[in-house]
Write a protein that binds this ligand. Structure first.
Ligand SMILES: NC(=O)c1ccc[n+]([C@@H]2O[C@H](COP(=O)([O-])OP(=O)(O)OC[C@H]3O[C@@H](n4cnc5c(N)ncnc54)[C@H](O)[C@@H]3O)[C@@H](O)[C@H]2O)c1
Length: 337
């Protein structure tokens, strides 16, 4: 079958991974590269010598392509989505789709009315550890009733290989990082959130202009209650991660965001480790997601991680912001009106 021709818009840090992932997939070919920054265009052009490069979106109107991958910052994507819709090109957009729920809703509506598939890159869903967690619920310890999710990271936002816009944006932790965690919760619990009580804040040493810490209690429609703590300014360079699910017959505990999974029944005094396949971080998860995107475009499977589905995770971000501002628990249903 002819490979699908991709245009990549935004050639910064994240696109570096995507160039490798697309080039490794025989079903895909990179034909266009767009970025206003000359240095980033040149770097990507060196990696993809057959692709046409451009400084602006007019390339989307002129180049023969089958899909657009958006690796731009979430703010200001309106013209990019418009250009894709005008050209009738399916969109694979990096998370978060937008930096506000109303804007994300607009983008979803634009894509739907143009008949353009819109998938959001929620790569953590495709990790073996995530799939194995679902298997443990169904085969070993039963369905979860409550959980605790902690993500503690000293994220030095000045490191040269990291993007810089989170240093100055509003709620960088929520929009850029917690969005993954909220999406994972909805995915593994198979339920939508109904209410969120949250507090966001910035520790005194924070290098981020706005809140790098989030604490939240999230109630899902199936009764699961999750205590969440996330930070990009945990004051130790060694990262901490633990997601513990308390289930009908025991517990499931994940100790690393990319792996380290175990389970135990109530009376057992040690975790049984779950073997996971060898795994390349940021590569295999994106590769698996890309396979699903290609399958959806070829009519061989459903569109996963759709923009419309993603709105539910973005609403969790918005609920945390509103809850912290008002001091009240936020009912998700109230955000939908
Ligand atoms: N899924 C993941 O695990 C994951 C990981 C990292 C980043 N991301 C996401 O990827 C996206 C990009 O992040 P990044 O780290 O590459 O940021 P970055 O700042 O390193 O790169 C963004 C690039 O977009 C370019 N750009 C800005 N406006 C543009 C426009 N109008 N048209 C074309 N190009 C434009 C910039 O010049 C820059 O080269 C963000 O949404 C981020 O959240 C996702």
């Amino acid at each position: 079958m002819t490979p699908l021709r991709f245009i990549i818009v935004g050639l910064g840090a994240r696109a570096q991974y995507w160039i490798n992932v697309l080039q490794a997939n025989a079903d895909c070919r990179i034909v266009g590269l767009i970025d206003p920054l000359e240095a980033n265009r040149t770097r990507a052009a060196d990696q993809c010598p057959d692709a046409v490069t451009g400084a602006d979106l007019t390339l989307i109107d002129h180049l023969q392509a089958d899909a657009v991958l958006l690796c731009t910052p979430p703010a200001g994507r309106e013209v990019q989505i418009e250009a894709c819709c005008r050209a009738g090109l399916p969109i694979l957009a990096e998370k978060p789709l937008a930096d506000s729920v109303p804007r994300a809703r607009d983008y979803v509506a634009m894509a739907e009315s143009a008949g353009v598939p819109l998938m959001v890159v929620l790569n953590f869903r495709y990790l073996p550890v995530t799939r194995q967690t679902l298997r443990l619920f169904s085969d070993e310890v039963g369905q979860p009733a409550f959980s605790r999710f902690t993500y503690e990271r000293w994220r030095d936002g000045y490191l040269p290989h990291l993007n810089k816009y989170p240093l100055t944006m509003q709620h960088p932790m929520l929009w850029e990082q917690s969005i993954h965690h909220f999406d994972l919760m909805r995915f593994v619990y198979g339920a939508e959130p109904v209410s969120i009580y949250a507090r966001t804040f910035n520790p005194p040493w924070s290098m981020y202009a706005d809140d790098a810490n989030v604490s939240a209690i999230i109630t899902f429609a199936n009764g699961v209650i999750t205590e969440y703590q996330g930070t990009w300014q945990g004051n130790w360079s060694v990262p901490g991660f633990e997601w513990r699910h308390d289930c009908a017959e025991g517990v499931v505990i994940q100790k690393d965001q990319f792996g380290s999974l175990g389970f135990a029944r109530r009376a057992e005094d040690a975790l049984t480790e779950v073997p996971l396949p060898a795994y390349r971080q940021w590569i295999d998860d994106a590769s698996a997601l890309l396979i699903r995107f290609v399958a959806a475009l070829r009519g061989e499977g459903p569109l996963e991680c759709s923009g419309r589905d993603h709105l539910h995770s973005l609403q969790m971000v918005e609920a945390c912001i509103q809850s912290s501002r008002t001091g009240q628990a936020i009912q998700i249903a109230d955000l939908m009106t």
